[in-house]
Design a binder for this molecule. Structure first.
Ligand SMILES: *Cc1c(COP(=O)(O)O)cnc(C)c1O
Length: 356
C-alpha cells in the first residue's frame, strides 16, 4: 500500500563505515527529510557510527527546528547550518542543549548579539564563498577579532565554508579564504567545509597541515551507494480500457486500448510530473502524433517504471496515488505487485523505510 524505501542494511552500513573511515573529522549532515530516511533514523545511525570508535563526534542539522528530532538519538555535538539571527528559533534553543549546540554566525552584528545573550556560546564563523549564500566578507572577518576580544567566554569552534557543487577545482578559492582566516588572526585552526572531492581534501590537508579540516557530508554519505537502495510502489488497482473509455478526475478518454494502473505514491510523497517526453516542437509533436505517440495526446512521463521502462501518467499524480496508462502490449502487473520508482531522495516522503 506504500511508497517504500528498501535499504540493504548490510551494504548500506558497510558504505557508511567506509566513508566515515576515509574522512577523519567527517560531520554527517542530518537535515530536511533526512535524505529520505528521516532525521531520527540518521541521528541513530550517526550514534551507531560514533559507537564504532570512528571518532565521529558531531552531526549537522539544517535548522534549529530540527534539533529536537536528533538530540535524543545522537549524544554528541550539534552544529546548526542555518546562521544564527537575533530573532526566531535560534533564540529558543532548549537550555539543556546549549552546551552541545554549535551555532553558525555569518554577520558581524550577530556575533556581538549572540555573545551578549549567551556569553559562552559555541559557534563557527561562516565566510562567504562564491555561493554567495551566507557569510562574512574579508573585512568583517578581520573585524571579528576585536568583537571576540570583548567576549572572553566565547567559544570559537572554527571557520565554516559552504562551497558550490564542484565545477572545476575549489582549491584556489579555499586557499584564499583560509589565508584570510590566518590574516584575521583568529584563534582557531578548524575549517568546516562542504563539497570538496577526496583529492581536494587531501591537498588542502597537505597545504594547511596545522589546520583540522572537517568535511560536512550528506548526499555522498547517506545516498552514496545507490545500489543499497530500492524505491518501490504498490499496484493498488488495474483496469482494462478500450479506446475512448473515460477515466480520471478530468474525464479524459483513453487514446487506445490498454490498462489504467493505480499505484501508491502521489504529490504528498513528492511524486511530481517529469519533463515531457522528447521533442516538444510543433514539428516533433506532429511526428509523434503521426506515430500514435502517447505524449502527443498530452501524457507525461512518470517516475514509475514497469519492466525497466518508465511509464506515462494517465493524469497528474493525485495526493497519495497515481494513475498510469499502460498501452496494450507489455506485461500487465497484478494488484499487489511492486513497481520501481525513480525519486529525488531529498524531496520524497516515504511511507515506509525497510532495512532489509
Ligand atoms: C546541505 C549542506 C551540506 C551537505 O550537502 P550534501 O550535498 O548533501 O552533502 C553541507 N553544508 C551545508 C552548509 C549544507 O547546507
Amino acid at each position: 500500500m506504500s511508497l517504500t524505501l528498501t535499504v540493504d542494511g548490510e551494504r548500506w552500513r558497510t558504505h557508511l563505515r567506509r566513508v566515515v573511515d576515509a574522512n577523519p573529522g567527517l560531520v554527517p549532515v542530518v537535515k530536511g527529510n533526512g535524505y529520505g530516511f528521516t532525521l531520527g533514523r540518521l541521528a541513530r545511525k550517526s550514534q551507531w557510527l560514533a559507537d564504532q570508535g570512528t571518532g565521529l563526534d558531531t552531526i549537522a542539522v539544517g535548522t534549529y527546528a530540527e534539533l529536537p528530532e536528533v538530540a535524543t538519538r545522537f549524544s554528541g555535538d550539534l552544529l546548526v547550518l542555518t546562521p544564527w539571527r537575533p530573532f526566531g528559533a535560534g533564540l529558543e534553543v532548549d537550555p539543556a542543549l546549549a552546551d552541545r549546540v554549535v551555532h553558525t554566525v555569518s554577520r558581524l552584528e550577530d556575533l556581538d548579539d549572540l555573545l551578549t545573550r549567551e556569553p559562552r556560546a559555541r559557534f563557527v564563523l561562516e565566510q562567504v564563498t562564491s555561493m554567495l549564500r551566507h557569510g562574512l566578507g574579508t573585512r568583517d572577518l578581520w573585524a571579528t577579532a576585536a568583537v571576540l576580544a570583548r567576549h572572553r567566554g566565547a567559544r570559537l569552534e572554527g571557520i565554516a565554508l559552504h562551497l558550490p557543487l564542484a565545477q572545476g577545482s575549489h582549491l584556489s578559492e579555499v586557499s584564499r579564504l583560509v589565508n584570510d582566516v590566518v590574516a584575521a588572526g583568529l584563534d582557531t585552526s578548524t575549517i568546516w567545509v562542504s563539497h570538496l572531492t577526496a583529492d581536494e581534501l587531501a591537498s588542502l590537508r597537505a597545504s594547511y597541515a596545522d589546520f583540522t579540516i572537517r568535511p560536512r557530508v550528506g548526499t555522498d554519505l547517506w545516498l552514496g551507494d545507490r545500489g543499497a537502495l530500492r524505491v518501490s510502489a504498490t499496484v493498488l488497482d488495474v483496469h482494462a480500457v478500450e479506446r475512448g473509455d473515460v477515466f480520471g478526475y478530468r474525464g479524459r478518454t483513453a487514446p487506445k486500448q490498454g490498462h489504467i494502473l493505480v499505484v501508491s505514491g502521489g504529490t504528498a510523497h513528492g511524486i511530481g510530473l517529469e519533463a515531457p517526453l522528447g521533442d516538444s516542437s510543433i514539428k516533433g509533436r506532429a511526428a509523434t502524433l503521426a506515430r500514435g505517440g502517447l505524449d502527443a495526446v498530452g501524457f507525461v512521463r512518470s517516475p514509475f517504471s514497469i519492466d525497466g521502462k518508465q511509464r506515462l501518467f494517465a493524469e497528474p499524480p493525485h495526493m497519495q496515488a497515481s494513475m498510469l496508462f499502460l498501452p496494450h502490449g507489455p506485461r500487465v502487473p497484478a494488484v499487489g505487485d511492486e513497481v520501481d520508482v525513480r525519486v529525488r531522495y531529498t524531496a520524497t516522503a516515504f511511507d515506509r523505510v525497510v532495512l532489509a
